[in-house]
Design a protein around this ligand. Structure first.
Ligand SMILES: CC(C)(COP(=O)(O)OP(=O)(O)OC[C@H]1O[C@@H](n2cnc3c(N)ncnc32)[C@H](O)[C@@H]1OP(=O)(O)O)[C@@H](O)C(=O)NCCC(=O)NCCS
Length: 166
């Protein structure tokens, strides 16, 4: 799938079909990253749907949900970004989750989503971008390392990827 065929757009909170697809894929992400046993029963579809809606609608959070849409109108991937803190008192732009369907991988879809996410973070006045993932998730780590993010160890088998945005 050529990258030119994908366009990145923000999700409309009223678009319940989009919200459902993203929620389902958040569950798929957990299974893929943590395995069926650890990731398959962490959250329910209802819980992840509420989580997507919280990012879209809650006044408690400054956030955005982006999807990559193919020329056929299908969602190839998504990312959720929000303003968070780094645990040490500094505001950051956080990639809360990113997922691309297996058949669309390796074509730069995630890179396009991260471009949109980083641009959004800068618009929010954030100069530090970060994400957290499992220490074994090499695909995601390589993606961020290739974009100049630095990796550091976290508790509980997680790693943090972080970059100063310019
Ligand atoms: C991690 C993930 C989001 C990457 O998605 P993707 O769309 O395949 O990512 P990209 O195509 O942008 O980049 C992947 C690789 O393809 C390469 N690539 C990018 N554009 C390319 C192109 N046009 N042609 C060939 N290769 C390309 C990238 O350089 C990158 O190489 P790397 O693996 O050496 O870093 C995807 O594998 C995924 O959804 N994984 C499961 C969910 C997950 O782990 N989410 C994070 C949980 S914390």
């Amino acid at each position: 799938m050529p990258l030119a065929d994908v366009r990145i757009r923000a999700v409309d909170p009223a678009a319940q079909d989009d919200v459902k697809i993203i929620a389902e894929r958040m569950l798929s992400t957990l299974v893929e990253v943590l395995g069926e046993e650890a990731g398959g029963s962490l959250y329910t579809l209802e819980g992840t749907t509420q989580r997507v809606m919280w990012h879209l609608e809650s006044e408690e959070v400054v956030a955005q949900v982006f999807v990559a849409e193919t020329a056929q109108g299908e969602i190839a991937g998504h990312t959720i970004v929000r303003v968070d803190d780094d645990g040490e008192g500094r505001e950051i732009g956080l990639f809360a989750t990113t997922y691309v369907v297996p058949e669309c991988r390796g074509a730069g879809v995630a890179s396009s989503l991260l471009d949109a996410g980083e641009a959004w973070m800068l618009e929010q006045g954030q100069s530090l971008a970060a994400t957290y993932t499992d220490r074994l998730n090499k695909k995601l780590q390589n993606l961020y390392l290739g974009r100049g993010y630095r990796m550091s160890a976290m508790p509980n088998d997680f790693v943090k990827m972080a970059k100063e945005l310019t």
